[in-house]
Design a protein around this ligand. Structure first.
Ligand SMILES: Cc1cc2nc3c(=O)[nH]c(=O)nc-3n(C[C@H](O)[C@H](O)[C@H](O)COP(=O)(O)OP(=O)(O)OC[C@H]3O[C@@H](n4cnc5c(N)ncnc54)[C@H](O)[C@@H]3O)c2cc1C
Length: 302
């Protein structure tokens, strides 16, 4: 595959940024992982549509990347075209409704909403996601999840057809939604609640403070590595088997929060995978509980 020729063709006509052999370590919060054959960064609906139809026409495997905050990209990287939505950020507010394009970052959205006295998303303060990634994953905390606030979502299916899905047509469960199978999320409409600006800001600050005190945010990470099994907290189980501080290469089970694996500098995806397997195997052997991954693994090993 002539990547340079493909990138040139994809760039033609639109002033679209297309990178070849781009290390995804630059685009994931874990700051590790191999290269994407092609990485395109559309900044408009037109450019996004064009990227998706290009992948279809050329038969390229397509991967939609938000802010890369829930991804472990293996060291051999990802084949085909990665379309990063993060450059297309637009928010329209009408009354209590907010329409956001897929690449809108949640922290920015929270800021805009709180300035207008719109609350109900404070639980999401500190989740470093795009709104597209957040609805697909039904991101959240015990205090709430994105699906609770969604009115409707526009998706483009694999043939490029647009569908509007109302909340009742989408299944939102723990860190999962049926949007995963539906295609690419293009826009999300949320409905928030009217509240006093200082009260919203206070709740946001309190949540950010709690995260800073409990999570190892000073190191690159991807949030919780494992899902909480029903009735348990994954972090407590990992702590109970004594795994805090375990290290493989540059990857470490965080002392501050055992469900976080941090990149202490030069971690590879292989280091992280090995640590994940050690933790999973030990929890299963000692406690008889199978931990399921919350993070998603992309690409191929070396
Ligand atoms: C410090 C930290 C704290 C975190 N805290 C939380 C938390 O409290 N709760 C929580 O739930 N998560 C948390 N996370 C994990 C992560 O932020 C969420 O899973 C988030 O939803 C991922 O969004 P993203 O835009 O980064 O998606 P990515 O990681 O880029 O992608 C995740 C998945 O979504 C898909 N996707 C992304 N955008 C689209 C789109 N437009 N259309 C279709 N598919 C798309 C991707 O293909 C991939 O399958 C945390 C992560 C970090 C680093």
């Amino acid at each position: 595959m002539d990547l340079t020729a493909l990138a040139g063709e994809l760039q033609t006509g639109l002033k679209l940024q297309v990178l070849t052999n781009e290390p995804l370590s630059r685009h994931t919060t874990w700051r590790l992982g191999g290269p994407a054959d092609l990485l395109a960064r559309p900044r408009s609906r037109e450019e996004l549509d064009y990227c998706l139809s290009f992948a279809r026409r050329k038969g390229l495997p397509l991967h939609i990347l938000g802010n890369g905050s829930n991804l472990l990209v293996l060291d051999g990287g990802v084949r085909g075209l990665v379309v990063q939505t993060r450059e297309w950020r637009q928010v329209i507010i009408e009354g209590r409704k907010i329409l956001a394009t897929a690449g809108t970052l949640l922290p920015g959205l929270l800021q805009v909403a709180s300035k207008k006295g719109l609350g109900g998303l404070e639980f999401a303060a500190g989740i470093p996601a795009t709104i597209g990634g957040a609805v697909v994953m039904n991101a959240g905390t015990p205090a709430g999840c994105l699906g609770d606030r969604v009115v409707r979502v526009e998706v483009l299916d694999c043939d490029g057809h647009s569908h509007i899905l109302e909340n009742r047509e989408i299944s939102f469960t723990y860190r999962h939604s049926s949007l995963r199978r539906a295609g690419t999320v293009v826009t999300v409409t949320l409905e928030l609640v009217l509240d006093e600006v200082p009260a919203i800001r206070e709740r946001i600050e309190a949540n950010l403070h709690r995260r800073r005190s409990r999570q190892p945010l000073e190191w690159p990470n991807a949030g919780s590595v494992f899902k909480n099994p029903p009735g348990y907290y994954a972090g407590r189980l990992i702590e109970a088997v004594g795994a805090k501080g375990w290290r493989v290469g540059g990857a470490e089970v965080a002392e501050k929060h055992a469900n976080f694996i941090i990149n202490r500098g030069q971690a590879t995806a292989a280091d992280v995978m090995e640590l994940i397997e050690r933790v999973r195997e030990t929890v299963a052997r000692q406690l008889g509980i199978d931990l399921e991954l919350e993070i998603e693994v992309w690409g191929e090993g070396l």
